[in-house]
Design a protein around this ligand. Sequence first.
Ligand code: MSP
Length: 647
Amino acid sequence: MSKGTFYITTPIYYPSDKLHIGHTYCTVSADAMARYMRMRGYDVMFLTGTDEHGQKIEEKAKAAGMEPQAFVDNIVAGKGGILDLWKLMNISNDRFIRTTDDYHVKAIQRIFKKMYDNGDIYKGAYKGLYCTPCESFWTETQLVDGKCPDCGREVKAAEEEAYFFRLSNYTDKILKLYEEHPDFLEPVSRVNEMVNNFLKPGLEDLCVSRTTFTWGVPVEFDPGHVVYVWVDALSNYITALGYENDKYDDYEKYWPVDVHFVGKEIVRFHSIIWPAMLMSLGEPLPKKVFGHGWLLLDGGKMSKSKGNVVDPVVLAERYGVDALRFFLLREFPFGTDGMFSNELLISRINTDLANSLGNLVSRTVAMIEKYFGGTLPADTAAGEFDDELIAAINQLRDTYTAQMDKYAFQSAISEVFKVLSRGNKYIDETAPWVLAKDEANRPRLARVLYNLLETIRVCTILLTPFIPDSCAKIFEQIGAKDELITWDAAAQYGLLPADVTVKKGEAVFPRIDMAKELAALEELNKAKAETKKEEEPKAEPITFDDFLKVEMTVCKVKACENVKKSKKLLKFILDDGTGTDRQILSGIAEFYKAEELVGKTLVACTNLAPRKMMGHDSCGMLLSAEKDGKVNLVMLDDAIPAGAKFC
Ligand code: MSP
């Protein structure tokens, strides 16, 4: 009989860039939690999916020369796509939603209309700064150094007729939610962040439709507008259960969700915008949002991996899926950031999986084969050191559960490894190889080995949510039948039959030679960099007429200064030979001091359409050359006069 329901979700992933180990982190965590709750007897609904609409996807598809639908289909369901990745990682999701699924699209239209009808959505005009990669509007004061506060990239001015959601009406309601349900948002540091950065200053109405692109869910009653991608995406958590659609019929059963797992940068959407939307719809609120930390590389983001291999497919191929899953949850506390490196991964596999767990299994099984031909005798004798080990086994399920129920995966695993270490120490204490020398000690030797099998059995049950396939292999080796590997069976020492038969198998986690492996990974990285170079598209040839369209003019720098609040931009006042000063902005402040450039002779493209950068007009582009991240301005002999054209 089910103990109740448990609904858990991951964020739905953008099918744009290749997913890296950081993305895998969240899905693997949710998978471990789902498996744990199933093991405990809950009726689990584990949902993941893909977030397929929005300008970013539209632009990527265009760059790839594809229609957006075909583009996302390939990344989601094509060979080596997201579905394949989750299969490889042994993700046991019960449902997978794509925001381009018909039923979801129709439900979004209804959800939008519901919020419009109840007065929470109104039509207005939007002026703001938009970050395309994050699909987020920002106000000037929210920017950090003039850039998107989430991702640090450039934002651009945007203005359009738009629908707005009255988020400003929800400030007090969300504050009240946090007060009345202190465990709604965890870890608690995230609550402080939301309160101080967004709620205390007061929420602003949220722009929830766009008219400048079409790749999204059209607003049914105003089809020039598409629904803001976050309204579309967040709603997946209820549409996937059948909310406002007939595809599924599980809404009553599973909603409200027990926990949304999300990365820290999208906590704001899940703990402010999402509950406000649900309040507007009159629906129950999530029981919990858990904002986990990021996996970082040398302080930087995963997507900029340098030197480390972060492709989960490659890592899983080299070390096995379970080793990778284990590392992610064992190494880092779930709520905070963690620094990823290949060295750390290999070292963790060696110490915990190969040495502590793997060795205990292989030594125990090997000794039973060697001393008893594989089957223990029923006649056994208790002895010194048994009680402490047995007590540790009997207590383990409770200490583990206390951690798992707090989503403290690292601590839960650590509880298991304390008992495995106790088991390894027990071997040293009881010295079975010494016992084996004397026939009279056989009952004692048998009990020692039995106790080791029991240690392995209970620990392995509790490791199953993290490393399911490897645990199945271990159960086979120690002769633990199905009824002895259940949740109930994890609470008790002594369930294996005394005359159990073991079966030696291959090492479940072979030890990795660190130096050799790091060298191999370096080679792999080099080869990858080479292939990337070869794959870089060669520029298409252009006609001479095309070439003549570009006006290149020699300019003298009359003045140059840094643009305030920008780390990148320099503002140039140039003499281009026309008698009127020309202003150009160039993103080269990292490479030159402004004052060094005054008087220099440069080349500018002078018939480029003017554009605004950080509020300044830029009329043209200075020519510079880039290699390996270093940028040099093209400088000419000072004898060449301003206004000279390239011919
Ligand atoms: N599409 C949105 C989510 C919409 S949910 C209604 C999105 N997608 S994402 O693909 O960019 O990110 C998905 C998840 O991966 C986020 O929770 C994000 O925090 C997580 N991660 C991406 N890089 C990560 C690390 N380096 N480390 C840990 N998690 C990271 O956001």
